[in-house]
Design a protein around this ligand. Structure first.
Ligand SMILES: NC(=O)c1ccc[n+]([C@@H]2O[C@H](COP(=O)([O-])OP(=O)(O)OC[C@H]3O[C@@H](n4cnc5c(N)ncnc54)[C@H](OP(=O)(O)O)[C@@H]3O)[C@@H](O)[C@H]2O)c1
Length: 255
């Protein structure tokens, strides 16, 4: 049994990973902003296996909150074997929609706060076979239209993870998971926004995207959860510095 800290695991992709880790008999400490979301998640996870899930609220926009969350997890579980870095994405928009303050905020939210969290966890993992997983996006392979902040900063974090996978080897493994279109609240909100802009229904937009995916549907949080749990656990002991896609084949590039 290992101890995993999972940021942004009350819903969506993070919750899918949490479910899979609990099924595999690991202990987890989860966090997100909304206490009610966390309590709902814990209730569902307890039905899989009780007494293996702990939580504390955290907002990745605020480093003090991240530090408090991390220290709380250490106080509860006494140790950590792996960390999931996951949370919401930056706002949608094109280059001319954003000003300096938007770029500076996204830098802190998408890059600097994860960097600070990595600094916190390093002393705990450096002498053991620890693993770190970051959720990025298929935008790292193919920039997504109208998501310029995500395209830029997720590429930055991918470069950071690849670099650390060498600097922190051989003990700590670090990987990225690139979702394609996974059926979560966030993807439904993005589809809704596109629908409003184009004067269409959310269902029409979803149908349009599903048609572009070779597997002809959005992925489920259970499907991506299995891959996330695999990458965090020792089952992936020879994988580091990689970005793995769970995208139903939507990425066009060869590798
Ligand atoms: N779904 C997809 O198809 C897709 C595709 C490409 C990339 N991604 C990326 O994958 C990540 C997860 O997406 P998702 O679809 O699973 O989103 P989601 O369903 O909205 O879930 C996001 C999770 O993160 C938490 N969270 C959000 N903002 C936070 C913050 N500031 N601090 C702490 N926790 C926070 C949320 O809980 P609270 O609301 O309680 O904080 C929730 O538990 C995002 O970065 C997204 O951009 C997703």
């Amino acid at each position: 049994m290992k101890k995993y800290f999972l940021l942004g695991a009350s819903k969506g992709i993070g919750f899918g990973i949490a479910k899979e880790l609990v099924k595999r008999n690991h202990q987890i400490f989860i966090g997100s902003r909304n206490k009610e979301n966390l309590e709902n998640a814990v209730k569902e996870l307890n039905q899989i296996r009780s007494e293996s899930v702990f939580y504390w609220t955290v907002d990745v926009n605020n480093y003090t909150s991240i530090e408090e969350w991390f220290n709380k997890g250490i106080a509860i579980l006494n140790d950590i074997d792996g960390l999931l870095i996951n949370y919401g994405g930056p706002p949608a928009g094109k280059f001319l929609d954003f000003h300096d303050k938007d770029w500076q905020h996204s830098f802190e939210f998408m890059l600097l706060n994860p960097i600070r969290l990595l600094r916190l966890v390093y002393p705990y993992l450096k002498n053991k076979k620890g693993s770190i997983l970051i959720i990025t996006s298929f935008a790292v392979k193919e920039p997504v239209e109208n998501l310029i902040l995500s395209n830029v900063f997720r590429s930055g974090i991918t470069a950071l993870i690849k670099t650390l996978s060498k600097e922190w080897a051989p003990n700590i493994r670090l990987n990225c998971l690139m979702p394609g279109r996974i059926d979560t609240d966030r993807i439904r909100q993005l589809d809704q926004k596109i629908a409003e802009n184009q004067g269409k229904t959310e269902q029409q937009i979803r149908h349009f995207f599903e048609n572009q995916i070779p597997l002809k549907r959005y992925g489920t949080i259970e499907e991506i959860g299995k891959v996330g749990a695999f990458l965090l656990s020792d089952d992936s002991s020879y994988i580091t510095g990689s970005s793995i896609a769970v995208d139903g084949g939507i990425i066009h590039s060869l590798i």
